[in-house]
Design a binder for this molecule. Structure first.
Ligand SMILES: [Zn+2]
Length: 65
């Protein structure tokens, strides 16, 4: 379980800047932090944010504070 938690924290830190940008209304033009090449599709609603890579399919989902 400890390893999973570490990976979550690491993933969150890699997506943090992108999440902040999306919350500020800039959902276009981000590059995937996982593969470094794919365009990201960002969707924000009242309760959560979803960021998905259109190339490798890796996604990040976060709940609103
Ligand atoms: Zn990717």
């Amino acid at each position: 379980m400890q390893r999973d938690e570490d990976e979550d924290i690491d993933a969150f830190s890699r997506y943090q800047d992108i999440v902040d940008e999306c919350l500020a209304g800039r959902t276009e033009g981000h590059k995937c932090p996982h593969c470094g090449d794919g365009d990201l599709e960002c969707k924000v609603d009242e309760i959560r944010i979803r960021v998905r890579c259109l190339k490798c399919g890796k996604f990040f989902e976060g709940m609103m504070a």
